[in-house]
Ligand binder design. Sequence first.
Ligand code: ZN
Length: 409
Amino acid sequence: MGLTSRASNLAAKAIVPKVMATYRELLAQTRREIDEISTLEAHERLEAPDGTVFVDVREPDEWEEGHIPGAIYTGRGRLEQRIEGLVPDKSRPLVVYCSAGNRSVFASKTLEELGYLNVVSLAGGFSDWKRNGYEITIPRALSPDQRARYSRHLLIPEVGEEGQQRLLDARVLLVGAGGLGSPASLYLAAAGVGTLGIVDADVVDESNLQRQIVHSTERLGEPKVASAKRTLEALNPDVNVVPFEERLTSENVDRILGEGWDVIVDGADNFPTRYLVNDASVWSGIPVVHGSIFRFEGQVTVFKPHQGPCYRCLFPQPPPPELAPSCAEGGVLGVLPGIVGSLQANEALKLILDRGDSLAGRLLLFDALGTTLDEVSVRRNPDCPVCGDNPTITEYIDYIEFCSTPVEL
Ligand code: ZN
């Protein structure tokens, strides 16, 4: 066996010049067996979409330098393997192209052999296309630094390069840079969420540091948004933190939400803000990842406007001040916001990536003392005053703060 294969290798090497000589013959012969179109005709088909699929069979580096808009990439090497997954309908017209129009000749022949009925090769290839000044798409690629930084994301098919680009393009607004906002913002920044808005009017206080890990002792007295911005941008220079050093009110909520956000992570510690965030998000159609904590208990859910319940579907109005939990009863185990805020970051990433099952319609209850995680389903209320069929609340309401000095969670 070994001797035979060595002998045939030698024989193959001996006829190399002959193989090179017949490449042109083979190309010419194959070219006669397939159909070609000019770049002009191909461009017309691109301009007037008729279901034609452009198939790029070049090398990955050629693709990354630019390709025909809307083309699919298979590469010549994996064409047979990938094409049926990418274009299952074998009657769909295909325009196959490479750089000069030679590799595409062989690729077209292969596609016909695979049963594709309407295949043409682009004569002159992508070079001719570019010479004619036709439009091209240059795919964005991650920089070498980004490839290294996000390598563990690139290894997961559910994220990959495309997902990482989505994260880098994403804009998340965090309401509060406190207990929940700290872990949420740290993980979102580390994951490469490109823009993080943070709304918080407070300064870093000593009593915050037991749980608010985005701040530090040296930042005491500093505005929380400034402190968080420094921490997050030091963690990941890809992240741009947009600080809003103000308390969310009916006056500024439209301006702040109007800056365009994909997801809101609500880490508010008080009812007035929670209701404002809810009403504004329903009216602007932005999903909210809601989290709340009290002593040893945490809750997380996702409010997707008009697809799942909103906060008011669950709690139409804030409790009257006399029934609200006394502020003196506050307090929280330091690690609890770390757990709940991380769950919020997880939901935000899934919403951006459009992967997995979100917590919309499900309220997750975490008990730190018993270490249990329970789930209750929550439904949209057709009588909800904000997202229901006949809404009764159509303007922002500034509820009165229940505590003169709110205990911040
Ligand atoms: Zn509702």
